[in-house]
Design a protein around this ligand. Sequence first.
Ligand code: PLP
Length: 461
Amino acid sequence: MRAHEAGALHGDLGTREPAWLRTPDDVNALVPQLWSRTVTRADTGDLTVGGVSVRTLAAEHGTPAYVLDEDDLRARCRDFAAAFAGADVYYAGKSFLCKAVVKIIHEEGLFLDVCTGGELAVALAAGFPAERMGFHGNNKSMAELSRAVEAGVGRIIVDSLDEIDRLTSLANETGKRPSVLLRVTVGVEAHTHEFIATAHEDQKFGFSLAGGAAFVAAAKIIDEGVLDLKGLHSHIGSQIFDTSGFEVAARRVLELQAQIRDARGIELPELDLGGGFGIAYTTQDDPSTPGDLAKRINKIVDSECELADLRVPRLSIEPGRAIVGPSVFTLYEVGTVKDVDGIRTYVSVDGGMSDNIRTALYDASYSATVAGRRSSAEPLLARVVGKHCESGDIVVKDEFLPADVQPGDLLAVPGTGAYCRSMASNYNHVPRPPVVAVRDGASRVIVRRETEEDLLTLDVG
Ligand SMILES: Cc1ncc(COP(=O)(O)O)c(C=O)c1O
């Protein structure tokens, strides 16, 4: 019997078993909120996505692979665009960017947020119109700013006095007048992991509201008159479920808006409230729909504007995770299954922290299912780990898998569209997996698998 077999060892699990994790009635069942919309389990037992079975995908493309449900991604873009009609929805490219996704984002009518010269290059290479891009970053180089200005990027989100000076000198040199938003730190402690909460005071992004730096920076831009200050920007963090953080942020930013109006007689026409909307990684997560988010955010902006006697600015948001996160699952193959007697069972897959660093980095929780077959075995509480030389190389901390999970099984981990491929590394010289888009019964590689030759090409020593 394996350690942590459900029922048998529950008493021994002590605090190791998370309180929220309940023994499933059926290990084959798919909880819909965790999976992209075209994923089903076929009668044969294997998962299908976009009408293609994971066994076919594994045979054609190998494992590990990120599998993108294209219809789901397009539907999420449309849902956000429809819910936030009248606002500009910027897809946050840092969550996952490649040319095919840029094209999808454009076809679905979204704007695009990039935050480095590299992301800008991908977007431009895919033909995304520069005027529909926002350019972020706390340390944009002169070369990056120059490329953005030259390309005609629609909004540059300025983040420091140094950047304002750099951009001002570029504007003077080129005779252009870049449109900018001012990134403001609103002092909201978003209820999320410390490393992805970005609006508390002690951090590198933005200008502090409370300390007065935000007003000073806005006044500087307005008084110098070289840059076109369109509005204020706030991003309070990521994987946030409680919308009250956005409400506080909107209130504080609009207070600054009113202060600028009173001091300089200018009502800034735009307001960007950033991204950060949470998604379901486990059955415990209960994200809001885009419709609910839009209702609550619009309501608070309207009422705060009324209070401060401000015209309602044009709103933008920048969701990344909530658009691409749920559209992708990672398909792995199980290599070894090891019982550590009386402690737990480790199921090792052919990827790990190099294709999904979030578990190690943020203590993130994920779910998993055996994807290539149906099982009638009892549930077994297991830990899914990778193949790297690191004991923290965990993909899924705790999940009930069928007790007959074995080498050669396909395993799917949902919700890996955001911050997995984009944060992937070559740790241990493991080549990064491909991204395979599936739609209407066909699959296509949109980012090819890295090879050992690719890695050696860089090694010119
Ligand atoms: C400025 C900005 N906007 C948008 C996002 C996207 O956040 P999310 O993917 O959580 O929606 C981020 C993420 O770090 C960000 O820094």
